[in-house]
Design a binder for this molecule. Structure first.
Ligand code: ADP
Ligand code: MG
Length: 701
């Protein structure tokens, strides 16, 4: 139970005065994943990303493009839209003695413009300076003031990331109201000497400081206020990880003995031999399974490095020992695919495998559940359906979670909880730098598949400007004549599922016009059965092009596919591009990847595409990604909504991680159930960052 002290922070933003039902929806859209309502805490954690500093009034020539500026200008000319019914914007030209700027108003309120910006008047204009067609412009300045009223403005104003229909200023007003609701008397959970040494304010004070910046540096991630909040978040996360770990260790492990004869049977059925990396990983896993310590291991390896096979062999070990194993995948497609690949091999070794997903027919489901409970099924492969209440195993000894960063700690636990001290193996396809392993997975043991199976050809990767899409389509037509299979990925547009869909649907229609019924389509909105049908048609070669949104990122395996086209490659994170590219180059034929981009590219985008052209080494790509974009992109959390950090940025705050880890360790060593006074305060911290699950794991939770 969350302490009542925090209730005001978890109230919906709609309770704030000035936030009506309509703007509440906009706050939901801005602050929370689809389907959940924004709360005051979400608003308070929405930190400003820049400030308008009115103390500094640059001359036009010195003002930075892309930044919020306040310009001291004279109005020189009005340019209403041309022609009586033209829909163009209303433009007002202003200048100082160094240059000129156009103020641009769409759907202009003409009488307001005429009144506020009379020709010849001196005005202070605030807004984001942009360069368009070689002209400096400010679209919809957020303030137009005369010399007198500019005096009354706060000298520094925070600017918030906004969304259509919800401007930074409205957000600032809501934040102001939210700050009023921060309860008095939130206990201090940090060590007082640390607080003093770091020059930290208390939690409420830090929030206040960052939302009332005294200058540009006050909102920087390096500022004391930001650092405090980041540290709080890291500490809560490290505590939660340790509590989970402690709880898992508390349940003594079990020993699963197996001679390896089932594994040998599977090996004998393979047309290839294991890579050294696979052999090592399997040996590490089997040692864990055999020991009485509870296994908590991360198996990481690039796409196509052969994790699934290692997982299957681990499960075979368990089954030989007389128990059951389960493997949970984040999506239906992936679960089916795992099943399709695992089942035939498993059956050669006499293992009985069943698939359990949310789409099973009732009779089928009933049969599966009975089989699991009776121990007539050895291996269950499935989705979240596996952790639902009615699912029981006779004796689950190994829980494998194919994580892809889409499951959280509690789902891992939930699958493990279906057994008695079941060993846990987490698989991830995005190689993660060591710092991030610790951060996201805690002190798990790690096995890495650093080597690809032999015989894989390098993927010929090229970046192509979208203007040359015609050539790309021609080349694809030629490749199709020789039987090639092609993925064509359309990106997430503006993080909105609808426009995302529109882009893919449109591209699909284009390609159908050219290539007829050889073109299939799969996206997140398609019904399960339709999705399967589209995948199956591509798998069998009935369709040769599969147009897809990023749903295919998650693990589909069509070894015959040799061409990957990624549209708007500049919009994807490096790790995601790498994942997508990993869909080709899985067979022994030569593959290529075409990164269609729309220029001009900024430096980061350039570096990303360059890195991708240079290397296929997922570990190197992950390190580079961390450098370029910070941890959110490395883990793809921004897309997937998986547990990430809301405040801390590992590109800036990585150095705090070690301290938070040590802090958490010391705290729990002295007070394992958080019962001291500081322990109580730390519980508040855990609730504040919504680590409720961790609190429930406390013995007296
Ligand atoms: P991951 O799960 O790591 O993406 P998979 O286990 O799906 O990788 O393996 C990708 C493909 O490589 C599969 O078709 C699999 O049969 C094949 N494969 C796995 N291990 C080897 C190996 N040692 N040699 C050749 N091919 C392999
Ligand atoms: Mg796999």
């Amino acid at each position: 139970m969350r302490p009542p002290l925090l209730d005001p922070l978890f109230a919906a933003v709609s309770v704030l005065s000035g936030v009506g039902p309509k703007s509440a929806l906009l706050f939901d859209r801005l602050l929370t994943p689809p389907g959940s309502a924004a709360r005051i805490i979400d608003l308070l954690f929405h930190l400003p990303n820049e400030v308008i500093d009115r103390r500094d009034r640059p001359k036009i020539i010195d003002a930075k493009i892309g930044k919020q500026v306040v310009l001291d200008v004279r109005v020189t000319e009005h340019r209403p839209p041309g022609g009586r019914y033209s829909k163009g914007p209303y433009r007002v030209h202003v200048e100082d003695d160094t240059g000129d700027v156009q103020l641009v108003f769409f759907m202009a309120n003409v009488s307001w413009i005429e009144k506020s910006l009379p020709v010849g008047a001196r005005r202070f204009v605030s807004g984001r300076l942009e360069l368009y067609d070689g002209y400096r412009q400010i679209v919809h300045p957020d303030r137009v003031l005369d010399a007198e009223s500019v005096q009354k403005l706060a000298p520094v104003e925070p600017v918030y990331g906004a969304t259509e229909g919800l401007q930074s200023r409205a957000i600032a007003r809501a934040v102001e109201a939210a700050l009023q609701r921060v309860p008095q008397g939130i206990p201090e959970w940090l060590d007082p000497t640390f607080v003093t040494a770091q020059n930290f304010a208390d939690f409420a004070g830090a929030l206040d400081a960052i939302h009332h910046p005294v200058g540009p540096t006050a909102i920087a991630p390096e500022s004391a206020a930001y650092t405090r909040l980041a540290y709080d978040e890291l500490l809560s996360q490290q505590l939660a990880l340790r509590l989970v770990r402690a709880r898992m260790r508390r349940a003594a492990g079990r020993t699963s003995e197996a001679s390896g004869k089932l594994i040998e049977k599977i090996k004998a059925a393979l047309p290839f031999s294991l890579t050294n990396a696979q052999r090592d990983a399997l040996a590490e896993i089997r040692a864990d399974l055999a020991s009485d310590k509870r296994m908590l291991r991360l198996l990481q390896g690039d796409v196509g490095s052969g994790k699934t096979l290692v997982a299957l062999m681990a499960m075979a070990h368990i089954v030989e020992g007389g128990s059951q194993a389960a493997m949970m995948a984040p999506t239906e497609i992936l679960a089916r695919q795992h099943f399709a690949r695992i089942a035939p091999l498993a059956e050669t070794a006499g293992l009985r495998v069943a698939l359990l997903t949310g789409r099973d027919k009732p009779a089928e489901r009933k049969r599966t559940l009975e089989g699991l409970a009776a121990g007539e099924i050895d291996i269950a492969v499935g989705t979240h359906a596996l952790i639902e209440e009615g699912v029981a195993f006779r004796d689950l000894a190994l829980a494998i979670v194919d994580e892809q960063h889409r499951f959280g700690v509690h789902q891992r636990l939930a699958l493990g909880d279906k057994g008695e001290a079941a060993d846990i193996l987490v698989m991830t396809a995005t190689p993660i730098p060591r710092t991030l392993v610790l951060t996201y997975f805690g002190d798990m043991d790690v096995s890495s598949l650093t080597e690809k199976p032999a015989g894989r050809q390098p993927i010929d990767t090229r970046a192509v400007p979208v203007e040359r899409i015609g050539e790309v389509i021609e080349a694809i037509g030629r490749a199709m004549q020789s039987g090639a299979r092609i993925y064509w990925v359309c990106p997430l547009v503006e993080e909105s599922e609808t426009s995302d869909l529109a882009a893919a649907t449109e591209r699909h229609a284009d390609l159908v016009r050219i290539f007829g019924d050889r073109v299939g389509l799969v996206h997140g909105r398609k019904k399960g059965a339709d999705k399967d049908a589209a995948m199956a048609a591509f798998q069998s070669g009935d369709t040769q092009i599969l147009v897809a949104t990023t749903v295919i990122e998650v693990g589909v395996d069509v070894p015959e596919a040799t061409v990957m086209v990624i549209e708007h490659a500049e919009r994807f994170g490096l790790a995601q591009l790498h994942q997508l590219r990993g869909r080709v180059g899985r067979g022994d034929a030569r593959s290529s990847c075409l990164l269609l981009y729309k220029g001009p590219l900024n430096e980061t985008a350039k570096a990303r595409l360059e890195t991708l052209r240079e290397t296929e080494d997922g570990f190197r790509i992950a390190e580079m990604d961390l450098k370029l974009r910070g941890e959110g992109e490395v883990l793809g959390t921004r897309q997937s909504g998986a547990p990430g950090f809301r405040i801390a940025r590992l590109d800036v705050h990585a150095h705090l991680l070690g301290a938070a880890r040590d802090d958490a360790e010391l705290i729990l060593r002295n007070d394992p159930d958080l019962q001291s006074e500081r322990g109580e305060a730390l519980r508040v911290l855990l609730y504040l960052f919504e680590r409720d699950e961790a609190v429930r794991l406390l013995r007296s939770g």
